[in-house]
Design a protein. Structure first.
Length: 95
């Protein structure tokens, strides 16, 4: 994975989606209902794949070193790999 392949937070995901850079949006399991509905609607309107992962914001912080409930994946190969993991291992839940 290259540096800059992931953006964190609602504002960064939206900004990069408008620039056609986001290939996949991930949300933490413990995202607030309000944020979840906003990013879900945003992903549908912009035709971006959207997945809610089983991990919490704390898990994401431990794994990636950033505390965020919303992640935007910019690299298409990385996004495809995450989606294949979903299909193979059922680690994530499609929203």
């Amino acid at each position: 994975m290259r540096a800059g392949s992931i953006v964190f937070g609602m504002d960064e995901v939206k900004k990069n989606t408008i620039k056609n850079k986001i290939k996949l949006i991930l949300t933490a399991n413990d995202i607030s209902d309000n944020s979840y509905l906003k990013i879900q609607k945003f992903s549908v309107v912009n035709n971006i794949e959207f997945l809610k992962i089983k991990n919490t914001k704390d898990d994401i912080n431990m794994i990636l070193g950033k505390y965020s409930a919303i992640l935007g994946i910019k690299d298409i190969n990385f996004a495809n790999k995450i989606e294949s993991i979903v299909q193979e291992d059922n680690i994530l839940n499609r929203c």
